[in-house]
Design a protein around this ligand. Sequence first.
Ligand code: ADP
Ligand code: MG
Length: 327
Amino acid sequence: ADTINKIAAGEVIIRPVSVIKELVENAIDAGATRVTVVIEAGGKNLMIVRDNGCGIAYNEVPLAFKRHATSKLISIDDLESIESLGFRGEALSSVSAVARVQVTTCNETDEVGSMSLFEGGTLINQRVCSYGKGTEMKVWDLFYNTPARRKHLEKDKKEEVLIRDLLEKLALSNPGVAFQVSSNGRSVLSTTGSGNMLDVVSILYGGEVAAKLIPIHFENTPMKLTGLIGDLTTMRSHRDDQIFFINGRYVKNPKLSQALDGAYEGYIMRHQHPFGIIFLELPGRMLDVNIHPAKTEIKILNESLVMLLFRQGIRETLRHANLVVDI
Ligand code: ADP
Ligand code: MG
């Protein structure tokens, strides 16, 4: 069983950012409005994710770390729409299989909280302790029992950048959650949890850029688009600031980038790329669900229709803002 867990872990947990992704998504699933992330040495030495979510009952803690244990509803809809976050029931067991994990948590109904220690996937010890409502997951000695994987990690700085990139995307798609992120004792991201995505954009890109962005409100069955795009004065020479979410999940998709550039056709130069933080909503049946949820690639079925509608939505947004004129 230990080997199976380690192999399963290998698919989900590749580097520190994989741990952070699973823990933060769990915190969001738990209804947290505040999420604190602490990392040291790019997460290689220490990762802490603290939330004010629903907490875990004393008796449920061991269960939460079992493989395929999930308290989350899995309906056919969930499976078809990848809207539910996380790889169902595998994250905590996978993390604890390749690291040491200490969980401190308290839910609404238990009188006191608990502190539990897992090593190599096994519960070493659990005791009661006082703790406010919520959960703290502390992970250290990542890959202590899989040295080959540890050796393949990048320099601290690079692992930290991967974590920051991920958390910035999660902050954008969860503007109602206040994120506090520190690395080696220094604050690297702090959002307010106001619920307004534009506030997160101001924090990440500055108020000057934020003030120039145009909101998108577009619906053309089966697609809905929201988010923000840049005007003609906020062009970039790269595509790093073209960020897409499909049904709330951050995705990388070069075709969407091309379609975004394409919507500005006639108004920008070849080397220019518009700014865009764009949320697409699509019915689950138009997406391939067999793609591993830990990955950011996602296959869109009916891709040409989606790209056509997407471009149309962006072009219409630009036209409404009087930035382009189509005859
Ligand atoms: P999944 O998220 O797919 O359910 P995980 O292995 O990530 O699987 O988590 C297992 C279970 O542990 C969750 O279903 C949830 O009940 C519980 N859990 C994990 N993290 C938290 C948290 N931060 N707050 C409350 N419950 C949590
Ligand atoms: Mg999870």
